[in-house]
Write a protein of this length. Structure first.
Length: 274
């Protein structure tokens, strides 16, 4: 009986020592790793609060943004809500802090209404209370036609789902002037497209009217939600303001990822978004 008792006590002691050594190893690992992990977490959260990178997969914002642009959007421009977190989803947030409205002419990144897992980028052309209309392909705001100045010929690239993908088409380029005096380029293929003549839209409170600069290739606020457009954009869906193109890669015309370095558009690298 005495020998069995001592043997059982020895087994328990060995197990306790193993647990102690395992705990000691875990403590040493944590002591070694906690500082880098805490620094990484602080930097990540700080970066997420200040800015976030986004990728442009379509040509709806040509020529201002091209297919394959990697851009930085500032988060602090219009305030914060749960969409300010990189992987947040759900319906339009009701709570915001430091909230402010974008201005006409801002290029904004936002969650698509009704499909909040999708992130899109467009230009704000109408604010709450504005009356927006397209007449014969020209943009009218509050009963006045916007000035449109010819600016030569541009080349619009087909996206990966268009036929043929990656092909370039010559289109007319213009400089449009918004009522606040801000100017931006647009592409225009023709003047009698499906959304070149629209009813007058009155932007509701708390919403924005956004459009793509590639006017004949953009499902924007002219297109209702039920037709896979944006409709009136809730201001709370905006996650940031596009500021800078870090790098641009013509991935559509690359045979694979290995060719991306050969298809970097140097003229678009580190280009400010206007």
């Amino acid at each position: 009986m005495t020998r069995s008792w001592w043997f059982a006590a020895w087994i328990r002691l060995r197990k306790a020592l193993r647990r102690y050594k395992a705990a000691e190893r875990s403590r040493l690992v944590w002591d070694y790793a906690k500082e880098p992990l805490l620094i990484f977490g602080a930097v990540y959260m700080g970066a997420a609060a200040l800015a976030q990178p986004f990728y442009v997969p379509s040509g709806s914002m040509q020529p201002s943004l091209g297919i394959g642009d990697f851009l930085i959007a500032t988060k602090f421009s219009y305030g914060y809500n749960r969409y300010s977190l990189p992987f947040a989803s759900g319906s339009t947030p009701t709570q915001q802090i430091f909230a402010s409205l974008p201005q006409a002419g801002d290029v904004v990144v936002f969650r698509k209404p009704g499909h909040e897992s999708q992130t899109l980028v467009k230009r704000v052309v109408g604010l709450p209370g504005d009356r927006v209309q397209m007449i014969a392909g020209r943009l009218w705001i509050n009963g006045k036609e916007l000035a449109l100045r010819p600016d030569g010929i541009g080349k619009a690239e087909n996206g990966p789902t268009e036929d043929p993908p990656g092909a370039y088409e010559e289109v007319y380029r213009f400089i449009e002037t918004l009522p606040n005096g801000r100017q931006h380029p647009i592409y225009k293929k023709g003047w009698n497209g499906f959304f070149d003549d629209t009813p007058e839209y009155v932007v509701p409170p708390g919403h924005l009217f956004v459009m793509g600069d590639n006017r004949d290739d953009s499902a924007d606020s002219r297109v209702p939600l039920e037709r896979n457009g944006v409709g009136f954009l809730p201001a709370a869906n905006v996650t940031g303001r596009a500021r800078l193109v870090i790098v641009s890669v013509d991935f559509v015309n690359a045979d694979g990822v290995w060719e991306w370095p050969l298809n970097v558009r140097k003229d678009r690298t580190l280009r400010q978004v206007r």
